[in-house]
Design a protein around this ligand. Structure first.
Ligand SMILES: Cc1cc2nc3c(=O)[nH]c(=O)nc-3n(C[C@H](O)[C@H](O)[C@H](O)COP(=O)(O)OP(=O)(O)OC[C@H]3O[C@@H](n4cnc5c(N)ncnc54)[C@H](O)[C@@H]3O)c2cc1C
Length: 536
């Protein structure tokens, strides 16, 4: 931001910019009062710069009026001003304040602020507006910026849009970390931009507009945005049911082959991977958190296919093309891939169902942190049970493994890690009952060798004894199954023309890469079949 008019009278680009700004400001329907609060002797350099910046704009147009007060003035008390300099922009209508001076990159933010406030509207995108409109409670945003940060204006503009679009619910404080090092230290804001809402960190770095609004709505950093689609009928080549690795990789392969494809997920994207703490066997990714891997897979798939989350298939018509009816709309499609995966098995022990969600859990990634410092039992001895036990120990949970035979079923490398970790293992042990009034208090365990029964006190029981294929939809539409209950398929084709299946739902090794491989192969098979279908 340049302080005075005269210095740049000879600079043609500056003159051009001023001319454009004047034209924009003149079109603003009402005056914007801009208040500067400054206390001589406090941050004078920033106060002087802020004063010059506001004066500069108010010289360009009579639509911007400049008012200055010191921190002892009644106006400072009225608006609870504590820091010098603080700028308020139209405080009777908006809750937007600036702690510092709008210089450098921040000058761009200041111009946007004046324009948004002056016109009392912003150019927020429809998808972002939809998310913003879902916010029903107050959000007090604090955005840390600096004059030399080129990413800050992007994030600041999103925050401004939120504050201008919803002035009753959303307040915004833009905090220059150079002018306010104490506040930056208090919030541990050592990099910019950083966004807090209601004192919680919701974003590190600059985001896309939709992701900013989603982070503000959900009150935590969001990295994926699935656009809304309110179409009631969608024509497509392929409907993929299931948003786990099989479905996501099928989506990428199908779309890259030229098939118009959609993915329908009734629950959370990523399937079982979303419930996995750490993945260590995905080639190319030495060690990665399950949710991070889901983010990568979903973001990649979104480059090619539309994903519909919260979409449950209710009915599928017979014949081709088929109509797939969900809870929200209809899809007219030439093919459908069932990539519905698997869900955890139940133990079937007394107490399990009654105490489910009250100490009985099937997802240590989700519920493990609730048991930090407490004793829990992990029932199972396969890959998942072992990985999850190590995860629980890592987050400070006192875990004991209960396994029904005398040898762990997990891969050797995992079994060795468990044994070396010092986590106690009760071999040859089965759960007779899970006990507790309001929540889990203990577990009765029987030793199958000695028939000895013991009551173990525990606040939680994690059950990880295997998976059953999710075949509810397959059953509904009459897809044939194997004697073990998986979908029966040959090169991913089921007994019904146009319906295919891939991933854990067809059995096999039940791994992320095998599911992804199935998804890719199934998509290519469908592509070939549809080429023939088109030719017929
Ligand atoms: C705790 C745990 C740890 C694991 N750790 C590893 C590991 O370290 N390495 C590894 O390789 N594998 C691991 N696995 C296994 C791996 O996650 C699975 O093999 C893989 O996710 C299977 O992928 P999928 O796409 O076939 O099915 P899933 O991941 O089960 O996804 C299927 C999706 O379909 C959805 N769905 C089901 N029915 C419908 C319907 N009717 N309509 C719409 N959507 C539907 C489900 O909600 C789900 O999101 C782990 C599994 C678990 C549970």
């Amino acid at each position: 931001m340049e302080p005075t008019h005269d210095e740049h009278d000879h600079d043609p680009s500056q003159q051009e910019m001023e001319k454009e700004l004047k034209q924009v400001f003149e079109k603003m329907p009402e005056e914007i009062p801009v208040y500067l609060f400054a206390q001589p002797g406090k941050n004078d350099i920033f106060a002087d710069t802020a004063r010059q910046a506001i004066q500069y704009f108010s010289q360009l147009t009579n639509k911007i009026t400049f008012h200055e007060f010191d921190l002892n003035h009644d106006q400072a008390k009225k608006w609870n001003i504590e820091n010098s300099p603080t700028i308020l922009i139209d405080p009777e209508h908006y809750n937007i304040r600036w702690l510092g001076a709008p210089i450098g990159e921040e000058g761009r933010i200041f111009i946007e602020t004046l324009i948004f406030v002056g016109f009392k509207k912003t150019d927020i995108g429809q998808q972002a507006a939809n998310v913003l409109n879902q916010i029903q409670d107050k959000r007090d945003i604090k955005l840390f910026v600096s004059p030399s940060c080129p990413y800050c204006p992007q994030q600041a503009v999103h925050a401004l849009k939120a504050a201008v679009e919803k002035p009753d619910l959303i307040s915004l404080e833009i905090i220059d970390i150079q002018a306010n090092p104490d506040i930056a230290r208090e919030y541990n804001a050592q990099s910019v931009p950083q966004t807090f809402a209601n004192e919680m960190l919701i974003a590190l770095g600059a985001q896309q507009e939709e992701l900013f609004m989603l982070s503000l709505q959900k009150m935590e950093q969001q990295t994926m945005f699935i656009p809304d689609n309110d179409a009631k009928e969608i024509e497509t080549d392929l409907v993929i049911v299931g948003g786990g690795p099989a479905g996501l990789s099928a989506g990428i392969y199908a779309a890259r082959s030229g098939l118009k494809s959609v993915i329908l997920e009734r629950n959370i994207l990523g399937g079982q991977v979303a419930l996995t703490s750490t993945v260590e066997n995905h080639p190319g990714l030495t060690q990665i958190g399950g949710t991070k891997l889901v983010e990568i897979l979903v973001s990649h798939a979104l480059q090619y296919v539309q994903i519909f989350q919260g979409e449950e298939v209710m009915a599928v018509s017979k014949g081709l093309p088929m109509t797939v009816t969900t809870n929200n709309r209809r899809f007219i499609t030439k093919a459908m891939l069932l990539a519905t995966g698997a869900t955890h098995k139940h133990l079937g022990a007394p107490g399990e169902a009654q105490l489910s969600g009250r100490g009985v859990s099937y997802c240590s990634t989700c519920d493990g942190p609730l048991f930090a410092g407490q004793k829990v039992l992990m029932i199972g001895g396969g890959d998942s049970a072992v990985t999850e036990s190590l995860h629980l120990k890592n987050i400070g949970v006192d875990v004991t493994v209960v396994h029904w035979t005398d040898k762990l079923d997990a891969q050797e490398v995992l079994a060795r890690q468990l044994i070396n970790s010092g986590i106690p293992i009760l071999y040859n042990s089965t759960v007779k009952e899970i006990t507790g009034e309001k929540s889990v208090e203990g577990v009765t365990v029987v030793n199958s060798q000695t028939n000895e029964t013991k009551q173990i006190e525990a606040a939680g029981v994690f059950i990880s004894i295997g998976y059953i294929p999710s075949v509810d939809l397959a059953d509904k539409i009459g897809v044939e199954k194997t004697p073990e209950g998986f979908i029966k398929q040959k090169t991913y084709r089921t007994n019904i023309d146009g319906i295919y299946a891939a991933g854990d739902v067809v059995g096999g090794f039940n791994q992320i890469v095998t599911a992804s491989g199935h998804g890719a192969e199934a998509a290519l098979t469908i592509f070939r079949d549809l080429l023939n279908y088109k030719a017929d």
